[in-house]
Design a protein around this ligand. Structure first.
Ligand SMILES: [Fe+2]
Ligand SMILES: [Fe+2]
Length: 283
């Protein structure tokens, strides 16, 4: 059963060193098969911030863990206009990863990352037709029964960004992306960007979105918070059952919340208690 540690929005340059160390310790404790970072490695895409992020990744890899990641909007330079448009992800490619669409196949699960950060849209994310073709191509080759996991920085959906219920932006070309996700039977959509941890059923957010489970990670290590403390997720993934454990920063250490379990039903992933109630209900 593959185990993932899902981190997001590390924001090196606006990070808390103590929390970075605690994250590293928790990764070692969790002993995941893969660490997934869903973007915003840096605060302002500066060389020294990428170097710090790079050293963090080196330490995680030296401790024996595989890592994959995708860039976030903060990994594209904001003020250096020439670099922003001419070579927006050069530093990311130098210090984090040469590929912007990493793929990792494990026993029972396939994980694909797609870059949604763009130079033209300062904050919002986009996905393009070539990327959707690439998602189709990649997942269509994956053996039946494999859990398909798609990782982006920007969530595909408009999700709450504050306690008041204000919604963020859905990804550009959302319908195209959701058609592909639905047709390919993508199981898990992992993202960040909002600095708020949550899980949702795709079909509750948008009609025709299919049965995917949407898992948002908060910011793991940034000091810039949006009405919520730092956190990350630990996911245990099986063909029919996914368990999501939220790890919340409690001032001195991370504390684990009670894991939420989801079971695959004909309508997609359902929280276990709900799935059992549906199965017991008379037809
Ligand atoms: Fe962020
Ligand atoms: Fe972001």
């Amino acid at each position: 059963m593959p185990r993932f540690v899902h981190l997001s929005d590390l924001h090196f340059g606006a990070h808390d060193d103590r929390i970075v160390s605690a994250v590293e310790q928790e990764i070692t404790k969790a002993a995941p098969d893969l660490v997934i970072v869903s973007g915003d490695f840096t605060q302002r895409a500066k060389t020294e911030q990428f170097q710090e992020a790079c050293r963090f990744l080196e330490r995680v890899r030296e401790a024996g863990h595989e890592v994959i990641g995708v860039p976030g909007n903060h990994d594209v330079p904001l003020y250096d206009v020439l670099r922003r448009f001419m070579s927006p992800l050069t530093r990311y490619r130098r210090y984090i990863d040469e590929t912007l669409c990493p793929y990792h196949q494990l026993e029972g699960a396939a994980v694909l990352g797609i870059n949604t950060a763009r130079s033209l849209t300062v904050k919002d994310g986009r996905i393009n037709r070539e990327q959707i073709d690439f998602i189709r191509e990649t997942f269509s080759r994956v053996p039946e029964g494999t859990v398909r996991v798609l990782v982006t920085h920007h969530p595909l959906f408009a999700l709450p960004v504050s306690d008041g219920g204000e919604l963020g932006e859905a990804i550009g070309r959302q319908e195209l992306a959701l058609d592909a996700v639905n047709e390919l039977g993508v199981d898990l959509l992992l993202a960040g960007h909002n600095h708020r941890a949550s899980t949702h059923h795709a079909r509750d957010l948008v009609t025709r979105a299919g049965g995917a489970l949407v898992v948002q990670a908060g910011t793991a290590t940034s000091v810039r918070l949006r009405e919520e403390e730092q956190s990350f997720n630990i996911l245990d993934v099986e063909k029919e059952v996914v368990s999501v454990s939220l790890m919340k920063w409690a001032g001195e250490a991370f504390e684990a919340a009670v894991p939420t379990q989801f079971r695959k039903t004909e309508e997609g992933w359902r929280q276990s208690s709900q799935a059992q109630a549906d199965a017991a209900a008379p037809a």
